[in-house]
Structure formats: C-alpha cells, structure tokens
Design a protein around this ligand. Sequence first.
Ligand SMILES: Cc1cc2nc3c(=O)[nH]c(=O)nc-3n(C[C@H](O)[C@H](O)[C@H](O)COP(=O)(O)OP(=O)(O)OC[C@H]3O[C@@H](n4cnc5c(N)ncnc54)[C@H](O)[C@@H]3O)c2cc1C
Length: 516
Amino acid sequence: MSAAHAEGTTVLVAGGGPAGLAAAAELALHGVDCVVIEPRVEVSHRRPRAKTTNARTMEHLRRWGLADGLRAAAPLKVAWSQRVTFCESLTGRRITDFDHAFGLTTERDDRFAEAGQQVPQPVVEEVLRRHIRGRPGVDLRLGHTVTAVRQDADRAVATVRDGQGAAYEIGARWLLGCDGAAGVVREQIGGRFVGRSDPRPNFNVVFRAPTLETDLGPAVQYWVVGAAASGLIGRLDLSGTWWAIMPGVDPDYGIAHASELITGLVGAPVDHEVLASDPWTARLLIADTFRDRRVFLVGESAHVNPPWGGHGFNTCVGDAVNVAWKIAAVEQGWAPPGLLGSYEPERRGVVEQTVASAEANMRNLAGDLPRDEQTIHAAKRTEFYSFGLVLGYSYAGSPVVQPAARPPAVTDVTSYTPAAEPGARLPHEWLPDGSSLYDRLGTGFTLVGPAPGRHPGVAGLVSRARQRRIPLALAEPSASYPWRTEFLLVRPDQHIAWRAADPSDIDLDLVTGASP
Ligand SMILES: Cc1cc2nc3c(=O)[nH]c(=O)nc-3n(C[C@H](O)[C@H](O)[C@H](O)COP(=O)(O)OP(=O)(O)OC[C@H]3O[C@@H](n4cnc5c(N)ncnc54)[C@H](O)[C@@H]3O)c2cc1C
C-alpha cells in the first residue's frame, strides 16, 4: 500500500476504551481533529470491570460537559449509597462499614467540583462514545483495528484493518497508543512492560438474581470475609443484576462452581442465572518508555495496576487529558513541540504512586482479613479513602512547572490538603453564587487572582500571552479563598503552572515548554 494514498488527520487515537475516548473528548474540547480506531463495535455490559469513577475524573467529565449526563446514566445514584459494607455474608452479620467511600457524597465540599460516582465502565464508555460522536472533527471508527505503526520525520502512519478485513493507512501528526495492555502500539515503538503479575487468579461473575435482597442496607460493595467463600459482591443496577469478584479462584474452578461460589457469598441459596464470567490476573506493570517521537502510550498501554482502590481507568483518563491538551497547544501554535516532552515526566510519577497504592491495597484481600472491625479499618482505609492520591498528586518538578521554592508536601494517600504549590491541582472552591471556581477557568491558561484592575502586572501578562497567542482567561476567587491575594497561573488541566505575588514574574516560556 502506498503511503501517498494514506488519509490524514491531526491525531490518530489507537483504541477507544476509557483512555482513547477521554483523549478524543479532550482534543474535541480544544477543537483538534482526531480519528479514533476501535475494534469493539458494541460495548459489552457483561464485563463491567471499573465501577469507580473518582472525583478527579468526574471533574474532567464536568469540563467536557458530561458529569451530569454520566450521573443520569449511572444505575446506582450517589444518594442511593455511599457505603462499603464488610460482612460475614449478604444474609449474615455486618462486621463494619466505610461511609463516604470512593469520594461518594451528596454534600458540597470545597475540596472538589464533583464527588465520585459508582458506575460500570461500559456505561462510562457509552456516554463518552455518544459525546465524541457528536463533536465536530472527531471520527470514531468502530470495528477497525490498528495493526502496525511507523513514523517518518513529520508524521506517524497507522495501518488499519477495517471491519471487512481490508487494510488502509492513516497518517497523523501525532498518534496516541490507547490500545490497552494487549494492544500493538507499545511493541511497535519498541516499548516493553517492566514489573510483575500477582500469582493469584481472580474470578469475576455477573449474574441476575431479581429476588436477592440483603438486610445490610444499600452499599456499593459488600466484602464477605472469613467465610468459606470470600470476595466482593455488589449490585450493577437496582433491577437484579449483580457482580462478584472472587480472589484466589482459578478460571476452571470458577466456571464449574460459579453457582456455589455465589451461594457462599450470599450465605444462602438464591435463584440466579450466571450471565458472564471474567477471569483476570492483577498486574503491576509500567512501560519503560511512554513515547517514541510522535507516538505516545496512554492508559493501560503504558501501565497496568491491580484494581484495588479503583484507580485504573481514572489514571488512564489523567494521562489522556495531560497529553491531549499539550498536543492541542502545539497544534494551535501557542506552544512548541518541546511541551510534549513533559508528558512522561509528569505522568510517570503519578502512575508509580498509583501502582504502589494498589499494590498495598492488594496485601489485604477479602480472604486475608479476619472478622474484626479494627483490623479491617486499619487494613482497608487507603482503599476507600484516597483523596491524597486522587486529588493530591502534583506535577512539581516537571520541566514546564515553576521550580518549587519549597518541596511538595509528602503525599499521604488518604488525606488531601489543598495546596497552591506549583504543580498541584488548583485548590477548588464554591463561589458565592453557587458556581465552581473551575467553571470560570478557560480552556487554555487562566490567571486566578485578585481582580485584574488591582495589579499592574496583569495587563503585562495579558499582553505577553497575546503576543505568543497563548489563550489566557482571568478568574477571581471569592474573598475567603486562602490564596486570593496571590496569582496562580492555571493550565488547561487545572494544575498550577506558576504561583506569584506579581504576574510580571511569570515565565510563559517555561510553562509552554519554550525554554531551552
Ligand atoms: C476487575 C477489574 C475491576 C476494575 N475496577 C476499576 C475501578 O473501579 N476503577 C478504575 O479506575 N479502574 C478499574 N479497573 C481498570 C480498568 O478497567 C482499566 O484501567 C481501563 O479499562 C483501562 O483503560 P484503557 O483505555 O487504557 O484500556 P482498555 O480499557 O484496555 O481499552 C483499550 C482499547 O483499545 C482497543 N484495542 C485493542 N487493540 C487494539 C488495536 N490493535 N487497535 C485499536 N484498538 C485496539 C480495545 O478494544 C479497547 O477498547 C478494573 C479492572 C478490572 C480487571
């Protein structure tokens, strides 16, 4: 096939799982064209996998105008339950509860613009698919598969197989490998996973049991501990569809004994129909590189972590946002390609923290825990309360973030203290009119600080940004915002690039990757 006949696009997104769909949503927000290649025509509800959409991902969904839509589509509303319950079985004794787990709350909280939401991954993917299909410049090709990738000086070229088996090529200025752990892009750029797999198998089932009820009350997860069958069980919806995860159960045994295992978790026989099973192994893998020239690895093509804590797909969305706004800045001419060199240094640290946290959570699975409230609370706290990781990760030390005068605070997984250090996520607040400070941010950079007329340096910064064609919005926090006398230059991804008493001190070259 002749490359001369290849189609062209600005960004080729290989893979339309959570990472690829999020990348397309972010590119669409910035008006950058992309083609998304995804083999799965339909999203399967039989393999729900991720159920935790954390507060940070919800904030990104809010930026794309999708947070309310996702909550409406979610079968289990936050108001229905914000609890994880530990028990002897679904029909047995309650051992203890974790309330407001996974960032679930119906209360407004100054720390975040959106609370978490429990929602099966297929529902998230459907909401994202619907959204990007309606965006100008996004071409979602279902039933197509990337088979090879090559690069020359000014573009990457993907070979794609369409639904009928015919091959064609697409040239792109940038290519995002969002094709998951088993995709082709990582190998095509010579990348390789480093890490290990957990030796224990895990067995998931989805089943229908419309008569199954529990006196334990609503919970997003029930952990059954200390019984012959231990594991997790929960509702997928309120009309009788359930999921269960049984750690330590190998696939052959699980398939042959699925009903017995379900009965064990329930604690009594219950009418049910097994709809699907999904064996999996926990892996702790990080690619040795996230980039080769015009090709970036995004999401699980770059890293895989055990699902304990519910960070996997959320971390993938964080990658997608990070690389996509930077590509938009380069394509729109307000940042040089050097900006893209910050993708890997910024995301690798977050990924390493996430993998370490998930690994720690994996040390205490349902079968490892005693029926003891205090031990369970000590062992599982980081799994259900992780705002330190979810909201508190920082890009301090990045080449495009103001060198910190002070080192970043030591990250504690469970607790998040808002901080305005360069690299941190902008401390959120609810404004007096009830709107979020985040809703006042532009899609480019935003200077958050006192009213523009009050400092002469603001006009100078606006003028310097205009000369460089850097989109710059201005936003004023409320009178009670702890940092209201300072100027915070906020990036499109809501992280602080620069903190200054005088906007004249802000180095626009550094934050856009233009510094040598
Ligand atoms: C049991 C379980 C529970 C989990 N729970 C959570 C949770 O609560 N919260 C959480 O955040 N995460 C959770 N995860 C992890 C989450 O499912 C993954 O992190 C997430 O799906 C990764 O997204 P991705 O887009 O990077 O990769 P994938 O979801 O693997 O998507 C990759 C996409 O690329 C496509 N593709 C593959 N090959 C090609 C090719 N050659 N060309 C083009 N496209 C290709 C695939 O069809 C797929 O759609 C869980 C995982 C498991 C196993």
